[in-house]
Design a protein around this ligand. Structure first.
Ligand code: AMP
Length: 262
């Protein structure tokens, strides 16, 4: 595996004639990220993992400096998954002085409303990564389903020549969705955080018997303060999605109610 730091190095190293798979991440890799790498490895000739803690997608009240950074360990895990190229640029490489162009998908979903500016940062950095790496396929996780919906819109609206694949959420044995932000939780908070997947499962069961999944999930989120609980349509599926704060940490999760994610 080769580590690349600059756009020039990527252009030189990666052969655009090959089938290229890109897995964009902010690092601090866990099994959720690894499932995306495995799918890319199975589908593509060249697998590129990007590691970039994107300053543009952090809210003012979320500490960018505090986000976990574990590049050495990430590189070891990536190597083990057969990644060909690790693209880990410095912020100045992607946002040079005078940077002034943003992509704003006019997204009205609950996550976009709860985090103003967040998806503008995500869409901009992903468009840049797509232009730099020029993947045939880019891989994203269902855990961030509303992000996937925004990116599908971006690809469709700007006629980008790539396919997006959204893969199922990987969970801990007790049901908590894996997230780099789980590292912020104390053990007491981690135990309380389980109410989030449990509430979503309760909502799913309610939906299956014809009851209102949103109302049931909301009632089951006892103790957690949800930013929202809502239905989201993404890639052929209807999901029940929620974001909730546990202490200073904000977690998101969702379950499929109907259809199948593509
Ligand atoms: P992040 O590093 O948090 O920006 O995530 C990078 C990619 O990994 C995104 O496409 C996420 O949706 C995906 N991802 C994060 N957590 C999980 C998970 N538990 N299962 C599957 N994919 C995930």
């Amino acid at each position: 595996m080769k580590t690349l730091r600059t756009i020039g190095e990527v252009r030189e190293a990666i052969d655009p004639a090959k089938r290229i798979g890109l897995v964009p991440t902010m690092g601090a890799l866990h099994d959720g990220h690894l499932s995306l790498l495995r799918a890319a490895r199975a589908d593509c000739e060249v697998v590129v993992l990007s590691l970039f803690v994107n300053p543009a997608q952090f809210d003012l009240n979320e500490d960018l400096a505090r986000y976990p950074r574990t590049e050495e360990q990430d590189a070891r895990l990536a190597e083990r998954e057969g990644v060909d190229f690790l693209f880990a640029p410095e912020p100045g490489e992607l946002y040079p002085e005078g940077f002034a162009t943003w992509v704003d998908v006019e997204e009205t979903g609950a996550e976009g409303k709860a985090r103003p500016g967040h998806f503008r940062g995500v869409a901009t950095v992903c468009l840049k990564l797509f232009n730099i790496v020029r993947p045939h396929v880019a891989y994203f996780g269902q855990k961030d389903a509303q992000q996937a919906a925004v990116l599908r819109r971006l690809v469709r609206d700007l006629d980008l020549p790539l396919e997006l694949r959204v893969l199922p959420t990987v969970r801990d044995v007790d049901g908590l969705a894996l997230s780099s932000r789980n590292a912020y939780l104390s053990s007491e908070e981690r135990a309380r955080a389980l109410a989030l997947p449990r509430a979503l499962e309760a909502g799913k069961a309610a939906h299956a018997r014809g009851d209102d999944p949103v109302a049931v999930a909301q009632a089951a989120l006892n103790g957690l303060q949800p930013d929202y609980v809502e239905l989201v349509d993404v890639g052929g599926a209807t999901l029940l999605a929620s974001a909730a704060r546990i202490g200073a940490t904000r977690l998101i999760d969702n379950v499929v109610l109907e259809g199948e994610l593509r």
